[in-house]
Design a protein around this ligand. Structure first.
Ligand code: NAD
Length: 253
C-alpha cells in the first residue's frame, strides 16, 4: 500500500544539527515515521533524544564539532556501533554570517564554507562508503536554501556554500545511483529558527519578507517533515538529484 512506502521502520537516520531548529524537527519526523535516529550536534541533544525515545525509537547522541574534519569518521563509527548501521543521512547542520560584501571577513568566509560545504562533502563520503559496504542502498538528503537559487544580500559565504550544496547533490546523485543511494536536497524558505532570529527581530526586514511571501507566514520545523520523510523513504526511490523547495511559495513570486 502506498502509505507503507513512506514508513521508515527498521531504518537508522543520522541527523546533523539535531539539537534545535530544523534538525530537531527532522529527527522527530523521522522517529514518528519509524526510524531510529543518531543525533549529531555540538550543543545538547537531550531534548531531541527524550522525544525520540518517548516515541519508542532508539536515539544515539553524538557530540561532535562538525567544523573539525577529524571528527567525521568517529561520528560514523559511533553511530554504527550504537545503532548497527546507517540508512539515511540528513546533512542539516549549518551556520550563517551576515555582513556587507565589501567588509566580509576571512573568518566568516572560511567557517561557513567549512561547515556548510566541506563537511557536507566529507560526511556524505564517509557515510556513503558505509552504505555501499552494507549493500542495501540508502538515502542522503541535504539542506539547501533559497540562496541555492538566488544571490541574496550580505551573506556571501552562505550563498556560495548553499549553491555548492545543490551542485554536490546532483554530482552525488549521479555517482551513487549504481549503489541504490538516492541523493536529494530540501531548500527551506524563511523558517522561524535561531538562524533567522535577527531577520525577525528587524521590523523592516520582517515586513519585507512577509510582504513578498505568498504563504504570508514564516515556516516552522514541522513544515519540512513531510518532504524529508518522503525523500528518506522508499516512496522516493525514483527521485534523485533534485532540490525540493519548501518555501511557502517564495521562489514562484
Ligand atoms: P539553527 O541555528 O537553529 O540550528 C543549527 C544546528 O546546527 C544547531 O543545533 C547547531 O548547534 C548545529 N551546529 C552548528 N554548528 C555546528 C558544528 N560545528 N558542529 C555540529 N553542529 C553544529 O539553524 P536552522 O535554521 O535549524 O538551520 C538548519 C539548516 O537549515 C542549516 O543548514 C541552515 O542553513 C538551513 N536553512 C535554514 C533556513 C531558515 O530559515 N531557518 C532557511 C534555509 C536553510
Amino acid at each position: 500500500m502506498i502509505l507503507d512506502n513512506f514508513k521508515l521502520d527498521g531504518k537508522v537516520a543520522v541527523v546533523t544539527g539535531a539539537g534545535r531548529g530544523l534538525g530537531q524537527g527532522a529527527a522527530w519526523g523521522f522517529a514518528e515515521a519509524g526510524a531510529d535516529v543518531a543525533l549529531v550536534d555540538i550543543v545538547s541533544t537531550d531534548d531531541t533524544a527524550a522525544r525520540v525515545r518517548a516515541l519508542g525509537r532508539r536515539a544515539a547522541q553524538v557530540h561532535a564539532d562538525l567544523m573539525d574534519r577529524a571528527a567525521i569518521q568517529p561520528v560514523v563509527e559511533q553511530v554504527v556501533r550504537e545503532l548497527g548501521g546507517i540508512d539515511i543521512l540528513l546533512n542539516n547542520a549549518g551556520i550563517i554570517r551576515r555582513a556587507p560584501f565589501l567588509e566580509f571577513a576571512e573568518k566568516d568566509w572560511d567557517e561557513v564554507i567549512q561547515l556548510n560545504e566541506s563537511t557536507v562533502f566529507f560526511l556524505s563520503q564517509a557515510i556513503a562508503r558505509q552504505m555501499v559496504a552494507q549493500g542495501r542502498g540508502g538515502k542522503i538528503v541535504n539542506i539547501a536554501s533559497m540562496l541555492s537559487f538566488q544571490g541574496g544580500i550580505r551573506v556571501p559565504s552562505y550563498t556560495a556554500s548553499k549553491s555548492a550544496v545543490m551542485g554536490l547533490t546532483r554530482l552525488m546523485a549521479n555517482e551513487l545511483a549504481p549503489h541504490h543511494i538516492n541523493v536529494n536536497a530540501v531548500a527551506p524558505g524563511y523558517m522561524a529558527t535561531d538562524n533567522t532570529a535577527p531577520l525577525r527581530a528587524d521590523p523592516a526586514r520582517n515586513a519585507e519578507i512577509l510582504g513578498r511571501l505568498p504563504a504570508g507566514r514564516w515556516g516552522l520545523p514541522e513544515d519540512l517533515q513531510g518532504a524529508l520523510v518522503f525523500l528518506a523513504s522508499r516512496a522516493s526511490d525514483y527521485v534523485t538529484g533534485h532540490t525540493l523547495a519548501v518555501d511557502g511559495g517564495w521562489l514562484c513570486r
